[in-house]
Design a protein around this ligand. Structure first.
Ligand code: ASP
Length: 342
């Protein structure tokens, strides 16, 4: 089990997080509308500090006895819609050529999954991913085809590039350093954007509902200033997200290339299958990344987050400073500075 005492750093949470009261089941006996026995204690976890607000939204579904799949979709739509969030959804930073391209995937308790990669002009890629899962025989749609599918299914075509993102991109263009970089939380390797903003950070969310079923969602605008057409780990089942309802679920954030190379989230779930705790599984997956490319690993950030069928969770990252949010009937925490390699 994750050692909470070690990682809660209240001073860094900010008043808004601390002020949130624990969501409970008051006046809300769990309904059993999907006729499965109620066995689990619902819980939702997600990456980074924006996971707190996302978890709160997901909790509304979980607290009513709703399905984990509905919870994670509703939850990650919060950062997708947040105009101040430049690494997920509609206000995301663009690629090198000024296009905002979004990646997302979703997976349910039956092993069903859907994804969109490099989709443009659609503010909620996670809902398109779910529609790919539910309305097509396919798993992933990419680029123009994904946008076309979304429009055909009633999504609004919108300009996603905000003036703030455009300004940051133009600022970056001035330097003419056409090398997309990803910041890490480690001060030693920190790369700053105008205003000190991060140029990455995906929301990966994992939930277990009252029926003990697991689902996950992962959505991002990916690496800022990436090459047009670049797709990261986040929409790739097994890399950015994996759910096995018998064992557990995992998701990732950070430099997608290194996660893909190691099929990270699938690896974490497989390690849990072989008896690893969620945290040890995340740690071993990080170790594999470091072992394969030790020099690269020193300068990048990758973090994994995992949950098992008992509702135990854990996280591990290459660099210090990886935060994740946890919400259940008793608590709503942001855990940071978890154990990290460096
Ligand atoms: N994993 C994302 C990507 O590489 C970015 C991130 O989470 O920081 O696209």
């Amino acid at each position: 089990m994750y050692n909470r005492r070690k990682f809660i750093k209240a001073s860094a949470l900010g008043a808004s997080v601390l002020a949130v009261s624990a969501p409970g089941f008051a006046n809300n006996p769990l309904s059993n509308d999907n006729h499965a026995p109620i066995t689990g204690k619902p819980i939702v976890i997600s990456t980074w500090d924006f996971g707190v607000a996302a978890n709160q939204e997901a909790w509304k579904t979980l607290a009513k006895g709703g399905r984990a799949l509905d919870a994670v979709e509703a939850g990650v739509k919060i950062p997708e819609a947040d105009m101040h969030n430049h690494s997920v959804g509609r206000a995301g930073y663009p690629d090198r050529d000024g296009h905002v391209t979004l990646d997302a995937c979703i997976m349910d308790e039956f092993g069903n999954c859907g994804a969109v990669a490099a989709i443009e002009n659609i503010a909620h890629p996670i809902s398109v991913a779910r529609m790919v899962m539910e309305k097509t025989p396919h798993i992933m749609l990419a680029g123009d085809g994904a946008t076309q599918f979304a429009i055909e299914h009633g999504f609004k075509k919108e300009k996603l590039l905000t003036s703030e993102s455009e300004k940051a991109w133009k600022e970056w263009l001035k330097g003419k350093k056409y090398k997309p970089v990803i910041n890490t939380e480690n001060k030693l390797y920190k790369t700053e954007l105008p205003g000190g903003k991060t140029n990455h950070d995906t929301i990966g969310m994992l939930a277990m509902d009252a029926h003990g079923n697991l689902s996950g969602a992962c959505t991002t605008s990916g690496m800022a200033w990436k090459l047009h057409g670049r797709v990261g780990d986040s929409p790739i089942i097994g890399a950015g997200l994996y759910v096995d309802n018998e064992i557990g679920a995992a998701t990732s954030t950070g430099v997608g290339e290194e996660v893909i190379r190691n099929v990270g989230s699938f690896l974490v779930v497989e390690l849990m299958r072989h008896g690893y705790s969620p945290q040890d599984a995340c740690k071993e997956a990080i170790n594999r990344i470091i072992k394969k490319k030790p020099q690269t690993a020193k300068e990048i950030q990758v973090g994994f987050l995992a949950i098992n069928k008992k509702g135990e969770y854990g996280a591990y990252a290459i660099q210090k400073g990886f935060s994740f949010a946890v919400c259940d009937a008793k608590k709503q925490d942001l855990l940071i500075d978890g154990p990290s390699f460096y």
